[in-house]
Design a protein around this ligand. Structure first.
Ligand code: NAD
Length: 370
């Protein structure tokens, strides 16, 4: 049997699986990726050598976090002026430092804000980046940059900002507090969910995203049970990488558009906002795409995707409400218009003002959308 489907590649519910013709164009971004627990310095040295770099600019929130990673390279300058959401003046400062020290490779060691600053430098200088992530944000695997100016966040896509290499070293994650790890891991999970139905989502994105869900569901539980266990930290990094690759290809779905608007308008914490909003978007969209819901549910090992997500959120004590994040209730209504403007036409259900108002109120209260 051959039929056209908008979202799935195969029905998954019974023995008589119906297949569908595939028609899509998928682009794989070029990047070397190391998984090297305890050996980041060797992997970074290898990558800087491959780039024939001799004057490294290290970008990190603190020199102490970067030092062990830089042992094998010649560092011209360690730059620690990192500010979340990359304000343009912070980007300009870093670009000036890169010029002043005549650097030839950027090595970023840190979370999404640190990677984001390296990307801002690469955007105007073309300098190559070796990225050593220390959260699950996933920016290292995308060619998306972000800058804020006057409280407005703008993003763009440019191949110059895609790191040439990524080095994942789970030992660097041991200092990430459990609550931050959980929020960041759920940010990665949100990449997986949006990659199922983002504007350019294709079967390869979905395969990566489903494995990402499985890895994050397992890894985050281990991180919470024993934050010092390397395998759980690494499994979460693996899931975060897959999630970001899938997301970079699929593009922003409704969930990311909502979080982008909320984060930009009210300066909410990035990862925690994703963690709170995700179940509400899943509850809105998943019933309209039962094949995708079933595949995500299988990845969670749960009856539905929402049940799986909520079980995980409960087990890892996820952030609950926008109110807890400091949002004021009257602000909710001001976000509805910009969200409607940004909502992708590809969303599985029509995005109406009524639906967004209800979603924002439920997320504000921290209600269980089930
Ligand atoms: P972050 O980089 O601001 O880090 C959060 C906090 O964790 C910071 O205080 C940081 O110092 C600390 N931290 C980081 N690693 C640590 C470690 N190993 N041990 C102890 N503390 C540690 O936050 P984030 O959530 O990683 O990144 C959010 C930013 O990344 C946002 O600006 C977001 O827009 C951007 N982002 C961009 C993309 C993209 O594709 N361009 C993708 C995801 C996120």
């Amino acid at each position: 049997m051959v039929t056209a489907v908008a979202f799935g590649v195969a029905d998954v519910d019974d023995a008589e699986v119906s297949l569908h013709l595939l028609r899509f164009a998928h682009e794989t971004l070029p990047q070397r990726v190391h998984f090297a627990a305890g050996q980041a310095a060797d992997a970074v040295a290898e990558e800087v050598r491959r780039l024939e770099g001799s004057r490294v600019m290290a970008i990190a929130t603190g020199a102490a976090r970067a030092e062990p990673v830089l042992a094998g390279v010649r560092v011209a300058v360690v730059h620690t002026d990192v500010v979340r959401h990359v304000p343009v003046e912070v980007a300009e400062h870093a670009r000036g430092v890169a010029r002043e020290y005549d650097v030839d490779v950027l090595v970023s060691v840190g979370g999404g804000s640190t990677t984001g600053l390296a990307k801002a430098v690469a955007l105007t200088t073309g300098l190559p980046i070796v990225s050593v992530p220390t959260t699950y944000a996933g920016s290292e695997a995308t060619d998306v940059w972000g800058l804020t100016e006057g409280g407005r966040k703008s993003t763009g896509v440019d191949r110059r900002v895609l790191p040439h290499a990524v080095v994942y070293d789970a030992t660097l994650m041991l200092g990430l507090p459990v609550a931050t790890s959980v929020a960041s891991g759920l940010n990665a999970l949100a990449h997986c969910v949006d990659a199922m139905w983002g504007p350019r989502a294709d079967p390869i994105d979905r395969a990566l995203a489903l494995e990402g869900i499985r890895a994050l569901d397992s890894g985050l539980r281990h991180v919470v049970t024993d934050p010092t266990e390397l395998a759980g930290r690494e499994q979460s990094l693996y899931g975060a990488y897959l999630s970001a690759v899938a997301f970079a290809s699929a593009g922003s779905g409704l969930h990311h558009k909502i979080c982008h608007v909320l984060g930009g308008m009210f300066d909410l914490p990035h990862a925690e906002t994703h963690a709170v909003v995700l179940p509400h978007v899943l509850a809105l969209n998943a019933p309209a795409v039962p094949d995708l819901d079933a595949r995500m549910a299988a990845a969670f090992g749960a009856p539905t995707a929402l049940a799986g997500l909520q079980r995980l959120r409960g087990d890892v004590d996820a952030p609950r409400s926008l109110r807890d994040l400091g949002l004021a209730e009257p602000d909710l209504m001001t976000a509805v218009g910009p969200i409607l403007d940004a909502a992708p036409p590809s969303n599985p259900v029509p995005v109406t003002a009524v639906a967004i108002e209800a979603l924002l109120h439920a997320a504000y209260e921290g209600k269980d959308p089930a």
